[in-house]
Design a protein around this ligand. Structure first.
Ligand SMILES: [Zn+2]
Length: 270
C-alpha cells in the first residue's frame, strides 16, 4: 500500500476522520478515511470517479478505545465511506406543479405528503429529486433526479458518484426493485421494505447490508426486461442470505395498484 495512504489511515484512526487530497490520483479533497471504533477498522476511498483507491484496514486497539473490549464483528465494516451530499441546489417541490403531478402519477404523492420521503426540485436540470439516505443512518449520501422533460436525457440522474441504494418502509421482508418510485409503492404494503438499486446492479454496500440478516426474506423484483439480471442478483445473494427469491412482475410496480402488488408478493409466500 502507498506509504502516504498508510500515513493517512493512521491519522484517521487517531482523529476519527480524515478528508484530504488523494495521494494516488492527486484530485483535490477527494480522499476520505473514517475510523469505525466498533469494528476497529479504517475504511477509505477516493470520491474521484476515475480513481480506484478504496479499501479497509484493521487497526490495533487505540488507547482511548481499550475499554470497549476486544471483540468485534467484521460484518459491521462497510466497504466504503459515502460522501455527504449538499442539497443547496434544490428547491422545495411544493411550488412545482409538474413535479407534484409526477409524484401523483407514480403513486408517491401520499408518501411525500406524510413526510415519508424527502423530495425536492432541481430548477437547473428540471428534475424531481429523491434524496437518498445512508442505508443505516440519516446522512444524505446521494440524490436521484427524474427528468420532467418528455425526452430529457438521462431519464434518471445520480448526483453523487457513489451508489444510491434507497430504502423505505418497515418490516422483515425486503423487495429489491429498480427505481425509487417502485420501492415507495411496494413499501406501502405492511411488513415490506422497498429497496431501489437505482439501476440493475447490486452495489457492494447493499450486498454487505443485506448479508446482515435483517430480513427473513428477500425478493428480487426488477422490471420485466431485466429478468436475467434479477436471477443473477438472486444467485449472488443465495450464498450469503437464508431466503431469497425472484418475483416476475408483468408490469412496472409503480403502475400496479396495491392489490396487484400484494398478490405478486404474497402469492409466493404461502
Ligand atoms: Zn484518488
Amino acid at each position: 500500500m502507498n506509504q502516504d495512504i498508510e500515513y493517512l489511515l493512521e491519522e484517521a484512526s487517531e482523529v476519527g476522520r480524515v478528508r484530504t487530497d488523494c495521494p494516488t490520483c492527486g484530485s483535490n479533497n477527494t480522499f476520505s478515511a473514517m475510523y469505525l471504533s466498533t469494528s476497529m477498522v479504517v475504511v477509505y476511498n477516493c470520491f474521484d470517479a476515475s480513481c480506484e483507491v478504496k479499501g479497509s484496514k484493521r487497526v490495533g486497539l487505540q488507547k482511548n478505545n481499550l475499554h470497549k473490549g476486544l471483540f468485534t464483528n467484521p460484518q459491521d465494516c462497510p466497504m466504503m465511506v459515502q460522501e455527504e451530499l449538499s442539497t443547496s441546489g434544490f428547491t422545495d417541490i411544493v411550488s412545482n406543479g409538474k413535479g407534484l403531478e409526477y409524484l401523483k402519477k407514480v403513486q408517491c404523492y401520499d408518501l411525500y405528503e406524510q413526510n415519508h420521503i424527502d423530495v425536492r426540485y432541481d430548477p437547473r436540470q428540471d428534475r424531481v429529486v429523491f434524496l437518498v439516505k445512508d442505508l443505516q443512518n440519516d446522512r444524505i449520501v446521494n440524490a436521484v433526479g427524474r427528468t420532467l422533460r418528455p425526452s430529457g436525457k438521462p431519464k434518471w440522474f445520480k448526483y453523487a458518484k457513489t451508489s444510491a441504494d434507497y430504502k423505505i418502509g418497515c418490516g422483515n421482508i425486503a423487495v429489491l426493485v429498480e427505481d425509487i418510485p417502485s420501492a415507495c409503492v411496494v413499501s406501502k404494503l405492511q411488513g415490506i421494505v422497498g429497496i431501489a438499486l437505482c439501476g440493475t446492479i447490486l452495489s457492494e454496500l447493499l450486498l454487505h447490508y443485506l448479508t446482515k440478516n435483517i430480513y427473513k426474506k428477500i425478493w428480487v423484483c426488477l422490471d420485466k426486461d431485466a429478468t436475467l439480471k434479477s436471477m443473477n442478483i438472486c444467485d449472488t445473494l443465495k450464498h450469503r442470505v437464508k431466503d431469497v427469491g425472484v418475483l416476475f412482475p408483468e408490469v412496472d410496480l409503480k403502475n400496479m395498484n396495491e392489490e396487484e402488488i400484494e398478490k405478486l408478493v404474497y402469492k409466493n409466500e404461502i
